[in-house]
Design a protein around this ligand. Sequence first.
Ligand SMILES: Nc1nc2c(ncn2[C@@H]2O[C@H](COP(=O)(O)OP(=O)(O)OP(=O)(O)O)[C@@H](O)[C@H]2O)c(=O)[nH]1
Ligand SMILES: Nc1nc2c(ncn2[C@@H]2O[C@H](COP(=O)(O)OP(=O)(O)OP(=O)(O)O)[C@@H](O)[C@H]2O)c(=O)[nH]1
Length: 473
Amino acid sequence: MTPVIALVGRPNVGKSTLFNQMTRSRDALVADFPGLTRDRKYGDGNYEGQRFIVIDTGGLTGDEEGLDAEMARQSLQAVEEADIVLFLVDGRAGLTAGDETIANHLRRSGKQAHLVVNKTDGQDPDIAAADFYSLGFESTFLIAASHNRGIRSLLEELLPTPEETAEQDSASKYPGIRIGVVGRPNVGKSTLVNRMLGEDRVVVYDMPGTTRDSVYIPYERHGKEYTLIDTAGVRRRKNVRETVEKFSIIKTLQAIEDAHVVILVIDAREGLVDQDLHLIGFVLDAGRSLVIAVNKWDGMDPEERARVKEQVRRRLDFLDYADKHYISALHGSGVGVMYESVQACYDSAMAKWPTNRLTAILQDAVSQHQPPMVQGRRIKLRFAHQGGSNPPRIVVHGNQVDALPGSYKRFLENTFRKVLDVTGSPIRFEFKSGENPYANKVERMTPRQRVKKDNDLKKGRQVKKTRQKSVKR
Ligand SMILES: Nc1nc2c(ncn2[C@@H]2O[C@H](COP(=O)(O)OP(=O)(O)OP(=O)(O)O)[C@@H](O)[C@H]2O)c(=O)[nH]1
Ligand SMILES: Nc1nc2c(ncn2[C@@H]2O[C@H](COP(=O)(O)OP(=O)(O)OP(=O)(O)O)[C@@H](O)[C@H]2O)c(=O)[nH]1
């Protein structure tokens, strides 16, 4: 399970600043789903290979009355679902009554929180922290978020190591292709999950709304193993309030992290809305492959259908590599063929390509369309190898790669995507400058040496540089 970190604290203590430092998301996922009153933000972080999810819970002011009480309740729900709670305070402003109220909230919630004193730059950290000891937190961290100070040691201390996470990795024990079915409330996720499992299979489970755990359902179809990750969880809704209650963004994000392939369900009758795009953004940021299911396609008239299709085409033009299906989960039409897309996505996400193939594609691309000159010297791209899967990572080695323009990177991505036939999955590129360790040496290396070198490169170890001149191309 990907650990979830919740940030709480009064306005202006630096939550957004810390959030931005911790996440690498281009845009945070902003939760203004119906029924959730306040703009919580969700982001995706990576510290030395350990992925995590950060939530800026937003809604705590320490002065909760009336409307604010509802916000506080929802923020505390996010706290409840988190693994690590960071309570931020402002080291410049000192202790306020609002801080004390929030500390009380946290204490009542029974969740262990860590005190994080921010804005300790330009003052004696011990003095900055002294004010807050009366709050009685066991562990205190001193940081300066806007200077990116203290954040690494905080993550180092609090996050599990990737090995620890792998050990308690609940997802990996489920067989076959793990399919996450996600989408906004009421788009038809439960209906689709039941449809995918087949008519004859009676699913007996029920879940309370606030737990963040999805239901994992292993099953077989045409002799192939799958596990559905069901974020909806309850088959029969009783009322609108319950729909909102049981919709949990953390649950959705966890399901995305745990899946090989994500089916994002959209309600054709409502069209594509911003929240759908936010969810798509998160899936891509998480590096998962994606199938789009536009649901409730039954009973729509031709004009409506044309309008929705046009909207999908226009707003998802950046996603032309993902399959879109127009389905009726209720009647089952279009559901079966989705499995073909799921398989293609899985194959793409998990594919392994040999170094010489990737290098050949790179060289073809370069000869077709040379990278630009920088300060009178041409950017050189020499060879490529695979750095990982799900999502596939391609590491490109060359010279002056830092100057490679975005447009050229996109050209490379499109070329690799086309040649390797990568469907639905994002591809990550990494560009490294330095001499080609293979140059002039390849011929003289034994296969074992070559494998070792490849592994060394994958592990990012320093490879002894050859002094020989690299091959001219
Ligand atoms: N000196 C100093 N200023 C900081 C630091 N971190 C954040 N700030 C400033 O504090 C102000 C508030 O920061 P935000 O990150 O917006 O605070 P927030 O808690 O997200 O505020 P809300 O969005 O209102 O909840 C901004 O002007 C930041 O530049 C820090 O480490 N040192
Ligand atoms: N016409 C039509 N209605 C559908 C279809 N799929 C689902 N529905 C209806 O849409 C409503 C919501 O379906 P659910 O499957 O409960 O949606 P959900 O996404 O699981 O909703 P939450 O669990 O509340 O997030 C129900 O009334 C379904 O009968 C479909 O393909 N066509």
